[in-house]
Design a binder for this molecule. Sequence first.
Ligand code: CA
Ligand code: CA
Ligand code: CA
Length: 161
Amino acid sequence: MDAEYSTFSSTIFGHPNANGAEAVGASFYQTPTELESFSSVGITPILFDRHGDRLSEPEIRHKPEIVAPDGTNTTFFGTEDVEGDGFPNFFGTSAAAPHAAGVAALLLEAKPDATPELIYQVLEQTAIDLDDPFTPGEDIGFDVGSGFGLIQADLALDALI
Ligand SMILES: [Ca+2]
Ligand SMILES: [Ca+2]
Ligand SMILES: [Ca+2]
């Protein structure tokens, strides 16, 4: 008997699915315009309010919002060394999110009074649109696999300042 199986369900829940959070998908840094097969999928519906009362209709949030690179070197973490340079490479949205956070930190350094909403907005509006490989055809614009696409630090900076 299978212990688990694919339900083709969304996989973004908890903090990344919160309003006010920016959920980050992953693409390998060597092929950054191709979404990782294991990147988290969005639009997990919100069924209850903060008091535990059922909403009159499910709330659907546009998640993930952006994609950032994964598979980069670390000094100690990861199981494979894809470049053979002696440093293990770390994969997953856990690896991608810190890259997006680093870009956000640089944007905040350039414009210290920018709100989180403004930082998210420029990252989303300047992202390179990607395809969700699990849907037929090219997904133009936002999609639940890659959100608004791969973030572009330089373009986001230009848009911010
Ligand atoms: Ca390496
Ligand atoms: Ca597609
Ligand atoms: Ca898209």
